[in-house]
Design a protein around this ligand. Structure first.
Ligand SMILES: Nc1nc2c(ncn2[C@@H]2O[C@H](COP(=O)(O)OP(=O)(O)OP(=O)(O)O)[C@@H](O)[C@H]2O)c(=O)[nH]1
Ligand SMILES: [Zn+2]
Length: 349
């Protein structure tokens, strides 16, 4: 299931106390399905964990290793704690609420899936890249539906200009082409997450990689009475290769979550260009000696990419301001809880 020395080290003190461990494979309204040495169990977090949680981050997510006490006969478990995460892929919840949504954790490689038909969108790819770099997992771009594309070279050039240094693989899941390029990422104990908008072919790809109908592909989904045919939950499952795959629901609205490093990683070309501006605090507007303006003028920096850089930068700054306000409120709340708890204790005495 992807267990390794990192998790073993952090689990050791719990093992001494007789706890077991499991990995979250599915999350549904704060009930978790997990795999353990006792097989598949349904887990719920302890009241203590809930009480001490200050935000989404403190609750389990798909991919997490959790410390449990199993009740094997009932197929249930109590979740006491989370082991530290090696990587964490987050986005902002949809809508206007400023809240983190953890898409997947402990992921080694993220496949950023983009279809080579009308869905192809470089700006969206930049968003995915920011989140991927920020997560701590390694991004890999998978261009799907190659059979629907008649200008592959042009597309590849465009991708390479926004995804500098990121491996790019072209596949057609439906025709079973190019899939062997993905096997190096799917080795025993490796965790892969798939990200991409609805309809880019993620389920088709998963079916091909798993050799069986693991995830229902659009159009043949059972028990969906709303007539919508999309992946609706996140789930981790084992591939025949020994790799672990996390599928994610379609992400039409992919809102960024905090991403300093992810942003720098994605726009490394622009950030290092800006270091050549004459003024350290250059706004790249009308300052003399501005390297960005010069690069835009001579075409070495694409205007659309620069616009996207500015837009995403503003979006992240806006998010950071809102998140600061939320954290301050949460901190206040926590102290209120603590001082109330102390007052109650005093009363009891
Ligand atoms: N032409 C072509 N069509 C494909 C290919 N892969 C998938 N499709 C089709 O694209 C549609 C969407 O595929 P899915 O695999 O359900 O897409 P998805 O990304 O899982 O979508 P969600 O579940 O909504 O996130 C289906 O009709 C597939 O048959 C491909 O390589 N070539
Ligand atoms: Zn400048």
């Amino acid at each position: 299931m992807g267990w390794n020395a990192f998790f073993a080290e952090h689990f050791a003190p719990y093992a001494e106390q007789g706890y077991s461990v499991g990995r979250i494979t599915l999350e549904h309204k704060r009930v978790y399905r997990l795999q353990s040495e006792y097989g598949e169990l349904l887990g719920e977090v302890t009241g203590k964990l809930r009480y001490e949680a200050t935000g989404r981050e403190d609750y389990p997510a798909v991919g997490d290793w959790v410390v449990i006490s199993p009740r094997a006969e009932e197929k249930k478990a109590t979740i006491h704690a989370l082991l530290p995460r090696k990587s964490k892929f987050s986005r902002k919840v949809a809508g206007s609420t400023v809240e983190e949504q953890i898409v997947a954790t402990n992921v080694d490689t993220v496949f950023l899936v983009n279809a080579l038909n009308n869905d192809f969108n470089l700006r969206r790819m930049e968003r995915y890249l920011i989140l991927a770099w920020e997560s701590g997992a390694t991004p890999v771009i998978v261009l799907s539906k190659a059979d629907l594309c008649d200008d592959l070279d042009a597309r590849l050039n465009e991708v390479e200009s926004v995804a500098i240094g990121v491996p790019v693989h072209v596949v057609s899941a439906e025709q079973g082409e190019g899939l062997e390029q993905l096997s190096p990422y799917l080795g025993v104990g490796k965790t892969i997450a798939l990200l991409g908008s609805s309809g880019v072919g993620k389920s088709t790809l998963i079916n091909k990689l798993s050799g069986v109908e693991m995830q229902r592909v659009s159009g043949v989904r059972e028990g969906d009475d709303r007539g919508r045919h999309t992946t609706t939950h996140r789930e981790l499952f084992l591939l025949p290769s020994g790799g672990l795959m996390i599928d994610t629901p379609g992400m039409r609205e992919l809102q960024l979550w905090e991403a300093d490093e992810g942003f720098r990683g994605t726009f490394d070309d622009i950030e290092s260009m800006a270091e050549d501006c004459r003024f350290h605090d250059c706004q790249h507007l009308r300052e003399p000696g501005c390297a960005i303006q010069a690069a835009l003028a001579d075409g070495s920096l694409d205007q659309a990419r620069y616009d996207s850089y500015r837009k995403l930068q503003r979006e992240l700054a806006h998010l950071a301001r809102k998140e600061d306000a939320r954290l301050q409120a949460a901190e206040k709340d926590k102290w209120k809880k603590i001082s109330m708890g102390q007052r109650q204790k005093k009363k009891k005495v």
